[in-house]
Design a binder for this molecule. Structure first.
Ligand SMILES: NCCCC(=O)O
Length: 447
């Protein structure tokens, strides 16, 4: 199977879009697809509008980790719910989405790091998770091919993995089967607002009437909102992944140290990346958002590499229009699939470092390299909220590199925000107003 997803994948759901519905979901990534699924289950007529292909941006380019380990405490109950959904959904599709419970391990290179991971166990215990600390010998036993010894690790056996490029389209298939409509190649240019509230959307195929809209636009969300006068300091950062060819496997979960994160894939290869490192193309929205990122930059000055300018057409490129008329071709149609060139030096380094880290696995041969643009936030936790200034609009964005695993949980929560059903989780941490209400910033764990 080819992965990740590109624009040359034939559309599975070409439309046409209906003229009227109960809810429009903008964006066919994991968050949008899962929101639509749960809205359909709630009896709503729901349409997902995707400008390119389902899951073709970060939802097929991520690591494929479904983890509770290391999460921000306020995300834990939602990702636990998501894990239950993942297990159920994997049974509700006849596609093997590669869901396996193989665990996630954070390797501690120093005692200080070990102590930091250990501190997170308080949260694990509060939720009865099976996370535990491993000493140096236990770590070597869990991951037998490691070339060096670590101070230890934190390990969560209940964590899972899946193949994102298979899983998210499979979830879209379930949503369609349960009554949702999915339309690819259909960009939303903007909201149709009447009397100060949502009346629908204006798409490249015309107007769709709907009293409720959910924006799950990933890296494009801030640009979309800016056109409607809503500022959200959401940026997008490039993250490179390199996939190896199939090779010997010992440990089949996900693991990371400071240099390399790896996940065993269903096809027998490994996906490699570097946690805690991303690249930001600086543009006007980055400047506008800068004051919100000071805390993050101070805490981790080397976590983000700054690049002078985004390629043309990117959400925060200098030349990208910030406003346009409803009958103008929008930036979303001009860039159907955001497919950043990977950092090839980083990819080569990852391959070398993985070979050094796990010499017993044999020769590390690259299969393919890609990059994605991760929608991120100053405090590294998402925005999941109703937009007070525009009644009828709900936003789920800024998943900050950990949206795949939590996707079904966030989708169910977003659906509940729309229907008024019980949300079941405290969303205070994820409110949009936190960037303007004077509250102190609390950083979540890294991207
Ligand atoms: N982006 C790094 C962590 C992987 C994940 O939880 O999806």
């Amino acid at each position: 199977m080819s992965f990740p997803t590109f624009m040359d994948t034939p559309p599975q759901w070409p439309g046409p879009a209906p003229k009227e519905t109960d809810v429009v979901v903008i964006g066919g990534g994991v968050i949008g697809v899962c929101t639509a699924l749960f809205l359909a289950r709630a009896g709503k007529r729901v349409v997902v509008l995707e400008k390119g292909r389902i899951a073709a941006e970060q939802s097929s380019r991520n690591w494929g980790w479904i983890r509770v380990q290391g999460r921000d405490p306020d995300e834990i109950p939602i990702v636990l719910e998501a894990a239950d959904h993942w297990r159920a959904l994997a049974q509700q599709t006849n596609v093997d989405i590669g869901l396996r419970q193989e665990g996630v391990t954070y390797l501690a290179e120093t005692e200080k790091e070990y102590t930091r991971y250990e501190a997170w166990l308080d949260h694990a215990q509060a939720y009865g998770l099976d996370s535990r600390m491993l000493d140096s010998a236990e770590t070597a036993k869990l991951i037998p091919n490691l070339s060096r010894s670590y101070s230890g690790a934190i390990y969560t056996a209940q964590d899972m993995r899946a193949e994102p490029w298979v899983a998210v389209p499979a979830l879209a298939g379930i949503a369609v089967r349960e009554g949702a409509t999915v339309v690819e190649d259909c960009a939303v240019r903007g909201l149709d607002i009447e009397g100060g509230k949502v009346a629908g959307v204006i798409t490249e195929q015309g107007r769709i009437k709907a009293p409720e809209v959910v924006l799950a636009g990933g890296a494009w969300s801030a640009l979309f909102l800016q056109r409607h006068g809503i500022f959200v300091p959401q940026l997008s950062v490039r993250a490179t992944v390199v996939a190896t060819k199939p090779m010997d496997a010992g440990y089949k979960g996900g693991a990371t140290d400071s240099k390399v994160a790896f996940r065993h894939r269903a096809d027998g290869g490994y996906s490699l990346a570097q946690g805690g490192f991303s690249e930001l193309f600086v543009g006007p929205h980055a400047f506008r958002s800068l004051r919100h990122y000071v805390t993050q930059l101070r805490a981790d000055p080397f976590g983000v590499r700054l690049l002078p300018r985004a390629p043309a057409g990117y959400p925060d490129a200098w030349g990208t229009p910030r406003s346009w008329a409803d009958d103008d071709v929008s930036p979303f149609e001009r860039m159907r699939v955001l497919n950043p060139a990977p950092n090839t030096r980083k990819a080569a380094k990852l391959l070398r470092q993985f070979a050094q880290m796990m010499p017993g696995l044999g020769t590390v041969k690259p299969a393919r390299t890609w990059a994605g643009m991760i929608d991120t936030m100053p405090d590294i936790v998402p925005v999941v909220d109703r937009v007070a200034a525009i009644p009828g609009l709900t936003v789920g964005t800024g998943m900050s590199g950990h949206g795949f695993g939590i996707g079904p949980g966030m989708g169910r929560v977003l659906a509940a925000l729309v229907t008024g059903d019980k949300v079941g989780h405290d969303l205070h941490r994820f409110r949009l107003s936190r960037f303007s209400d004077g509250s102190a910033m609390t950083l979540g764990p890294g991207i």
